[in-house]
Design a protein around this ligand. Structure first.
Ligand code: PLP
Length: 953
């Protein structure tokens, strides 16, 4: 008899996503002393929450079937030519950037560059981004991206509040010429802080002293270009600060905000090569004056030196700000938009100053020609001066013109019943201008494009023409051929460790596989070419995608409703607390403003609570790392009248399934509060237990952790929130959605274009695969804990000596016995080709390891072998055989340059760089030695240093 051949399309994806093979699972279980996976999981999950998952155990689709299904969904999106503008513009992603960066796992699977020695490539790309922003805005310091233009504006508002000298005022002026979505987010963010946002016409401000700060838009949303010099002086005269939302392409031709006195410039870098993507993700930027640099939100790349005095990059002082300053942090931004910032920076590297200026001039000239032609056709263009945007008094024709445009596959901006708007962009062609005229012509003959092109003058305001040069640094002038750019991207990627080289065992960050099939739809034009404010009938594919994804996430979490709008975990936290706040208010309980937060919480939690206008009360943890239930009860009771919420991470940030979670939730509910469960650790729970079923009222998920969106080197992220039914009415809304609650992001669906990643993951895994992923994540973590515990004590476990999906190794005793610190171990791991685990969070002096289900047993063993070899090196120090300072641990990581130079260490070159024989065959060489953080913070340099600086070093 022959074996039967299975003729169904087999779903192999689950086994592709999950690292260990069946035999590996068996041997890992044996080491742990369990007869089956079920038995082990059964003893990890506490009795009280067992069986709370509501996920259906469906089978997943094969990769081919899932791709076919999402292709059909994508096909329901209609790709119109959008002239809607309003901060979102068509752009050409240069093909070498598309393939070698956006679609390249060396770039998209990288982690946030907290370990600078293995991140020099992406740090250089980010430094280029900062330099680009500094040059274009004319302000001396810029950060490495924020989440979107609207939230950047909100950050600017609170920044002005902190730094303004006009302390008497609580009012922020926002120009009516700002993009409407920016005004929406400003209002949302101002209200809980008691800031009054006054929207008005900046040309008729009576009393500037009424405001602590102002936001202006340049060019204005309607296309006007105002000279703000005098206005800025008026604000400055009363001690108020001025933020300007500026268009980067326009700034290549216009006087930059820094030169007309602005204190802050913010905006979007989307039109520098990043697809529209139905609203995101895109990088926002934030630039300010030198004097304010230490108050800047977000992350800042700075230049420092390494152990050899050579220039080396690293994240500057703000980086761990929330973890240090907690509720006093300046901002809750954690994950930002690194991948998108890098695309924008490479767009500028590729085009260079002349190329960017040429693009800007072309767009402007086409707009001028368009305007002239429209005038010939009898339409009044409202702007005397403009860059790329026009408002047209279309009167009674307005509705008919929109209809005609749509019939021609064109979207115009809907301003009001009598006016419409148009913004041209890099993708606009002469033929497209003629097609626009055809919409307006109504039987008249079309203007003669060539004749107008020969005669039309530029319409930029003479007094605001840019005089200063841009992008003089060599990096923007070297890589203009594709060969050069390709090699530059490769050179930078080669400096870095990402998931395409080795596991990244970051506790709390869930660096799992970002499968290729999940990534493929992201760069399809059907998802990339949609304007976020296009008429809803054009985005039916997205509608289906978001509806299905919301349902999937409800099933995975046990909640009743989901909002996909928040574009990072921090923003989800914010949206969740706002929902809680609005819920209390709807019941007449405005006074509820106390937020309990356990001491072990992630720094974004307290930072977010203060942004939501809540007062943070910290609760204790016991010696086992669990929430001290009695302390929590006492504080909940003490604040019974004012208790708004508890923010708690589950499983805990200590990597343990706390048994008291149901009781904890009950205590909070009994005292009138709502329970916010931080879902960053959802990877331990999907399919096993559900926060929405064991007491949570709201949770955020990090789709860039649990649900396979890659980290991108520090973003993009998506931080949707799930809520119980009573909170659904308080989910974030948007002017462009049926729900009108305040918006927390510029676009209705936040970072919509990366949602296909999670849709694909869940569709391919099915309920069965998702559950298995959680089980394997827990198995892998426990395997590592067991293999390493005799070398490094595991700090916390549950009552059965098991951890959840991550484990904390306690290195504090080693510091006592050997002088070797977590830092030394982290840096030594680089010599072994590994990214360090999470350092000193949530407990100083520890390493938190999260292997995820995607890592094979071979990789786990390779990592454990490295950790054990490092332990042996520490033992040699403990035994007094090697002085701590003379050990490879203190000098790590070792560079190739050091190896070739004079060797004066007490250990061999082999021990330095090939501590395990297996490394000879494939070695990662860090480009710099250990980076000096203190030097960099004292001598803050946040733009590309001159070539001479490198030569001197
Ligand atoms: C990652 C993380 C956050 C913040 O998420 P971002 O997407 O980085 O803003 C919040 N809480 C915990 C426990 C986390 O691990």
């Amino acid at each position: 008899m022959t074996d039967a051949i299975d003729l169904s399309t087999a779903n192999e994806f689950i086994a592709r996503h999950i690292g260990p093979r069946d035999a590996d699972v068996a041997s890992m279980l044996e080491l742990l002393g369990y007869a089956s996976l079920e038995a082990m999981i059964d003893s990890v999950i506490p009795e009280s929450i067992k069986g709370s998952s509501v996920l259906q155990m469906t089978a997943g689709l094969s990769e081919a079937d899932a791709l076919a299904k999402i292709k059909a969904i994508a096909a329901k999106n209609q790709q119109f030519t959008s002239y809607i503008g309003q901060g979102y513009h068509g752009t050409h992603t240069p093909a070498p950037i598309l393939r070698n960066l956006l679609e390249n796992p060396a770039w998209y699977t990288a982690y946030t560059p907290y370990q600078p020695e293995i991140s020099q490539g992406r740090l250089e790309a980010l430094l280029n981004f900062q330099t680009l922003i500094i040059d274009l805005t004319g302000l001396p310091i810029a950060n490495a991206s924020l989440l979107d233009e609207a939230t950047a504006a909100a950050e600017a508002m609170t920044f002005c509040k902190r730094l303004s000298k006009n302390k008497a005022s609580n009012a922020f002026f926002a120009s009516q010429h700002c993009h409407p979505q920016t005004l929406d987010v400003l209002r949302t963010r101002a209200e809980p802080l008691g800031i009054e946002v006054v929207v008005g016409d900046e040309r008729s401000i009576d009393d500037a002293s009424a405001y602590f700060g102002a936001l202006l838009q340049y060019p204005a949303s309607n296309g006007d270009i105002f000279d703000y010099r005098e206005l800025v002086e008026r604000f400055h005269a009363v001690g108020a600060l001025v933020a300007v939302a500026a268009d980067l392409l326009a700034l290549t031709l216009l006087t930059p905000p820094g030169e007309f006195g602005a204190d802050v410039a913010i905006g979007s870098a989307q039109r520098f090569g990043v697809p529209l993507g139905f609203g995101g993700p895109h990088a926002a930027y934030f630039a300010t004056r030198e004097a304010f640099k230490r108050d800047m939100p977000g992350r800042l790349v700075g230049v420092s030196v390494d152990r050899f005095g050579k220039p080396a990059l690293r994240l500057a002082m703000q980086t761990r700000e929330q973890h240090i300053r907690r509720e006093k942090a300046t901002s809750n931004i954690c994950t930002a938009q690194v991948l998108l910032a890098n695309i924008a920076s490479m767009y500028a590297v590729y085009h260079g100053p002349q190329g960017l200026t040429r693009i800007a001039k072309r767009v402007h000239q086409l707009t001028a020609i368009l305007a002239q032609g429209l005038s010939q056709l009898g339409y009044g263009v409202e702007q005397a001066n403009f860059f790329d945007t026009l408002s047209i008094a279309s009167g009674a024709q307005t509705a008919a013109l929109h209809a005609k445009a749509r019939a021609a596959g064109i979207n115009l901006r809907e301003i009001d019943a009598e006016r419409l708007g148009l913004s041209l962009d890099e993708t606009t062609t002469p033929a497209a201008v003629s097609a626009l005229w055809a919409v307006f012509a109504d039987g008249q003959s079309l203007p003669d494009f060539d004749a107008l092109a020969a005669s039309v003058a530029a319409r930029l305001p003479q007094g605001l023409l840019r005089q200063s040069a841009i992008l003089a640094h060599p990096v923007f002038n070297r890589y203009h051929s594709e060969t050069e750019l390709m090699r530059y991207l490769r050179k930078l990627a080669d400096k870095d460790l990402a998931l395409d080289r080795s596991m990244i065992p970051l506790g709390s960050c869930t660096m799992k596989l970002n499968a290729t099939s999940e990534m493929i739809p992201v760069t399809w034009a059907e998802f990339g070419n949609l304007h976020p404010f296009a008429p809803s009938e054009q985005s039916q594919g997205y509608r289906q995608l978001t509806d299905e994804l919301e349902a999937m996430l409800c099933a995975a979490t046990g909640y009743d409703g989901v909002s996909l709008q928040p574009n990072a975990g921090s923003q989800g936290e914010y949206a969740g607390l706002l929902a809680i706040r609005a819920y209390h208010r709807s019941r007449g309980e405005e006074q509820r403003d106390i937020c309990l937060i356990p001491q072990s919480a992630h720094g974004t939690n307290p930072a977010t609570a203060s942004m939501a206008g809540m007062r943070v009360v910290v609760t204790a943890c016991d010696s086992l790392g669990n929430v001290d239930i009695e302390d929590l009860r006492a504080k909940a009771v003490e604040h019974k009248e004012r208790l708004a919420a508890l923010m708690i991470t589950y499983p805990s940030t200590h990597g343990v399934f706390e048994e008291g979670i149901r009781e904890i939730c009950q205590i909070v509910h009994d005292n009138g509060g709502q329970v916010y469960i931080d879902g960053a650790n959802m990877n331990a729970m999907v399919g096993l237990c559900a926060p929405g079923q064991f007491g949570g009222d709201v949770s955020h998920l990090n789709l860039h952790k649990t649900f396979c969106i890659p980290h991108g080197g520090g973003g993009p992220g998506v931080g949707p929130i799930g809520v119980k039914a009573h909170l659904i009415p308080f989910l974030p809304g948007h002017d462009k959605m049926a729900r009108k609650e305040g918006a927390v992001s510029a676009a209705p669906y936040g970072s919509a274009s990366i949602l296909p990643i999670t849709w694909m993951y869940i569709s391919m895994m099915g309920g069965e695969g998702l559950k298995r992923a959680s089980q394997l994540a827990i198995l892998n973590a426990n395997y590592i804990a067991r293999r390493l515990e005799e070398h490094y004590p595991v700090l916390y476990t549950g009552s059965n000596s098991l951890v959840a999906h991550e484990c904390i190794l306690d290195l504090r005793p080693l510091k006592e016995t050997s002088g070797i610190s977590v830092d030394d171990v982290a840096k030594r791991l680089i010599d072994f080709g590994f990214h360090a685990p999470t350092m000193s969070f949530p407990v100083a002096g520890t390493l938190m390891i999260e292997p995820t289900e995607s890592e094979s047993k071979e990789e786990l063993d390779r990592f454990c072998d490295a950790m054990i070899a490092i332990r042996e090196e520490i033992r040699a120090v403990e035994r007094g055989e090697v002085p701590a300072d003379g050990s490879p641990l203190k000098n790590a990581p070792h560079t190739a340059a050091e190896l070739a130079g004079e060797w004066n260490h007490g250990y061999s070159r082999e021990q330095a760089v090939y501590p395990l024989a297996s490394l000879v065959e494939a070695k990662y060489w860090p480009p710099v030695g250990r980076v000096d953080n203190v030097f960099g913070d004292r001598n803050l340099v946040c733009a590309c240093p001159s070539i001479e600086a490198y030569q001197e070093a």
